[in-house]
Design a protein around this ligand. Sequence first.
Ligand code: ZN
Ligand code: ZN
Length: 242
Amino acid sequence: MEAVIIVPVFIISVLMMITIIPVMADCENVIFSVCDELRAESVKSAFRQNPAALPVSLKLRIKEENSRMSSFHMRFYRYLYTDGELDGLLQADVRAVFSEKNPIGILSSVTFDGCVRARAFTGKLHKTPPGSSGDDEEDDRIVYIFPEWGTKYHDRQCSYVKASCQMVYLSQTVKGSYTPCKLCDASSARIGTPVFCFQESGRAYHVADCRVVERYYVEIQKGKAEEQGYSPCSKCGGGGHG
Ligand SMILES: [Zn+2]
Ligand SMILES: [Zn+2]
């Protein structure tokens, strides 16, 4: 007598389980695709900004990968927005509906809502953990150091800096703004080699063995300079006036 009641209940439960498990796997698959597409967009947005790309590619991908899903749509989407101190955020809220007939003919419908937020690649260095009020911007500021001479960092306007030349790596930009020095045959220097320019006075770039190259400086982030043991110049203060 007991078996008459318990066995059907047991069988129905098992059948329900059999229908639910693939749906759960599908939900997991949907959220994985959302994360994966957001990750890709977080990288791509650094090179081109296209708010329409993610919703389109995501919809195509999810429809293609989840044949049992009956509908999918983006409930909410924000592209490169700012929330508090964090910029470059992406948010995608999605809804997927699965309607499935289980073996005993009961139509079960499962609605899955997912919300994923990601941060796009910003190209900035953040050494302090998120949330803490670090002085990132201050650390990112460009200062000038003389790699072979002394342990001070300087402001661009410092007279030490003005009297010296800057070492940069030869690029098309450098070639566009400066002409090669004839004395040191700088025109034979190849892209990527260190060359030396006087920002204030010179119109030429030089190679290392040119007689005009004496003390040279390089650009560096203030935070990095301090990490390497440089301290502010006593004359210019290291450019600490903002
Ligand atoms: Zn200085
Ligand atoms: Zn020269």
